[in-house]
Design a protein around this ligand. Structure first.
Ligand SMILES: Nc1nc2c(ncn2[C@@H]2O[C@H](COP(=O)(O)OP(=O)(O)OP(=O)(O)O)[C@@H](O)[C@H]2O)c(=O)[nH]1
Ligand SMILES: [Mg+2]
Length: 216
């Protein structure tokens, strides 16, 4: 990769990423003028933590040990303004009231289904738990809308290599049946910063499809 591209990637994530707005209802979503990359997944899988690892700003998105921390769609701008990163509430959070779960799920679904500037979705899966029904529902929705997505296996620091190999194999088997999915899952650990550089490059490419990166 050229030094120029490396510099651009550094600049894109170099501490100047900002919180733009939060939307608790569909009416509150920001305009659609900038491409968006969304981070979805069950509650507590590490969506907000990965967003912080990507931007190198530990406190940009709020994280918590308690599932259900993120309760609205939170929009962040990267430093060069070329893309928005969207941190979604976790779906299927059992301890929230039924009414709250229903309205979050409706909001997530509406966003994924009708957002014209949504370029890519990362579906985060806790490596220890693998794919669950809620994840498969989201995959089917994105397949039907033709929105490209990739599975991210999070918290890789929590499991041994043999366990990781198993979850990778079972995930790949499921991915074969999903046309809009990238066929391979990507492994990350936000705590150990593992797999984060590759994601920065992937987001850079999504935001700058015109720039050719030579070592791919
Ligand atoms: N060991 C380890 N823990 C992690 C990692 N990423 C996140 N966590 C922990 O997992 C918990 C949940 O992380 P969040 O980033 O808040 O998860 P979330 O998916 O945004 O959760 P909701 O907003 O509730 O949907 C926190 O205690 C994090 O510190 C990781 O890579 N490794
Ligand atoms: Mg969160």
């Amino acid at each position: 990769m050229s030094e120029g591209v490396k510099k651009q990637i550094r600049q894109m994530f170099s501490g100047g990423c900002v919180f733009l707005t939060g939307a608790a209802t569909i009416d509150a979503l920001p305009d659609t003028s900038v491409p968006e990359v969304a981070f979805v997944g069950r509650s507590n899988v590490g969506k907000s933590s990965l967003l912080n690892a990507l931007t190198g700003q530990a406190t940009l998105a709020r994280t918590s040990h308690t599932p259900g921390r993120t309760q609205q769609l939170n929009f962040f701008a990267v430093s060069d303004g070329s893309v928005r990163l969207v941190d979604l509430p976790g779906y299927g959070y059992a301890k929230a009231s039924k009414g709250a779960v229903k309205s979050w799920n409706k909001l997530i679904r509406n966003y994924l289904e009708f957002r014209p500037n949504l370029r890519h979705v990362y579906i985060l899966i806790d490596s220890r738990h693998g794919l669950k029904d809620g994840d498969k529902e989201v995959m089917e929705l994105l397949d039907s809308m033709g929105v490209a997505y990739q599975i991210i296996l999070t918290k890789s620091d929590k499991i041994k290599k043999e366990q990781m190999d198993k979850v990778v194999a079972s995930t790949e088997a499921v991915l074969k049946k999903h046309p809009a999915a990238f066929p391979l899952p990507h492994i990350t650990s936000s705590h150990k910063k593992y797999g984060v550089d590759e994601m920065q490059m992937a987001v850079f490419k999504l935001a700058h499809p015109d720039i050719i990166i030579d070592d791919q």
